[in-house]
Design a protein around this ligand. Structure first.
Ligand code: GA4
Length: 331
């Protein structure tokens, strides 16, 4: 038995840990974007899990690998260099601290606005080492992933039987769409595993506030989702595919028919995990409410009225694991 000395463990506090989970969930829905049935498969996945994997997406592997290597170049800079691009406000480089309210995780990350009106000082610092290459790797990847997100939300609308065109995609396509992009690096940490047999939580449990999130990671697993009954299951990694999360706003727009998925990331003790996520949100002034065509006669909205700006403001006052939609549910 390994005797764990308290000072050694204190080094990792206050980051939470959990017992390793070596079995992978085999029931993650997989949607082939070229399948004529894709729209109904997507709807079923969003209702049951709020989560699915996308294959045959047409995004060149080259976009994923070049961004991954640029991100790793940045993350391998000396800490003092990286810190110059932080702290995140919310954009920029962050290490361990997530959000403004005391959440921490075993993670370092870069958070970027996808449509900067100005070239911010922060992004100049992020791209500093390799300005052209890094910036264009981000641009290529984000613009391809955005297009796929537009296509996916259109398939959702089709599967939901919404007749009006582009009802969801217009929010993401909007020039003022409030979307962001995140590159996460989960550094391996064999010491804690050796000391305690436990793994560090990289990104604590939460739901994403936006409409849709599109994630790609390298072949290191760690992502876990919570099923309807509250059990946590590990998602097998697949560096060739994308994973889609339903966000809180989409849960509201479907009046609770789609569920925003609770998820978290457990850091692998031996292998580094790199993930990249596009969070597609509406313009700040957009009213977030159930789409009228999805509310049957005699049925009511489950939520009070609010704008994306109001929801976002409230999200930034919350802790990661809070039930953010709770405040906006009708009692
Ligand atoms: C979760 C989804 C996205 O990563 C994010 C996160 C944001 C942040 O890291 O700044 C938040 C978190 C996320 C939800 C609640 C608030 C805001 C940290 C936090 C404690 C960029 C987002 O949009 O919301």
């Amino acid at each position: 038995m390994v005797v764990v000395s308290q000072p050694a463990l204190d080094h990792f506090s206050p980051i939470k840990t959990c017992r390793p989970n070596s079995s992978f969930f085999k029931g993650i829905p997989v949607v082939d974007l070229s399948d004529p049935e894709a729209s109904s498969l997507i709807v079923r996945a969003c209702e049951e899990f709020g989560f699915f994997k996308v294959i045959n997406h047409g995004i060149p592997m080259e976009f994923m690998t070049s961004l991954e290597s640029q991100a790793l170049n940045f993350f391998s800079l000396p800490q003092s260099e990286k810190d110059r691009a932080g702290p995140p406000d919310p954009f920029g480089y962050g290490s361990k601290r997530i959000g403004p309210n005391g959440d921490v995780g075993w993670i370092e990350y870069l958070l970027l606005n996808t449509n900067p009106d100005v070239v911010s000082e922060k992004s100049l610092l992020i791209f500093r080492e390799n300005p052209q290459i890094f910036r264009s790797a981000v641009e290529n990847f984000v613009s391809a992933v955005k297009k796929m997100a537009f296509e996916i939300v259109e398939l959702m609308a089709e599967g939901l039987g919404i007749e009006e065109n582009n009802v969801l995609s217009k929010l993401l396509r909007h020039e003022k769409s409030d979307s962001c992009f995140r590159m996460n690096h989960y550094v391996p940490c064999p010491e804690l595993q050796a000391l305690s047999g436990r793994n560090l939580i990289g990104f604590g449990e939460h739901t994403d506030p936006q409409i849709i999130s599109v994630l790609r990671s390298n072949n290191t697993s760690g992502l876990q989702i919570s099923l309807r009954d509250g059990t946590w299951v590990s998602v097998p990694s697949d560096h060739t595919s994308f994973f889609i999360n339903v966000g809180d706003s989409l849960q509201v727009m479907t009046n609770g028919r789609f569920r925003s998925v609770k998820h978290r990331v457990v850091a692998d003790p031996m292998k580094s995990r790199v993930s990249m996520i596009y969070f597609g949100g509406p313009p700040l002034s957009e009213k977030i409410a159930p789409l009228p065509c999805l509310v049957a006669e005699g049925e009511e909205s489950l939520y009070k009225e609010f704008t994306w700006w109001e929801y976002k403001k409230s999200a930034y006052k919350s802790r990661l694991a809070d039930n953010r939609l709770g405040l906006f549910e009708k009692s």
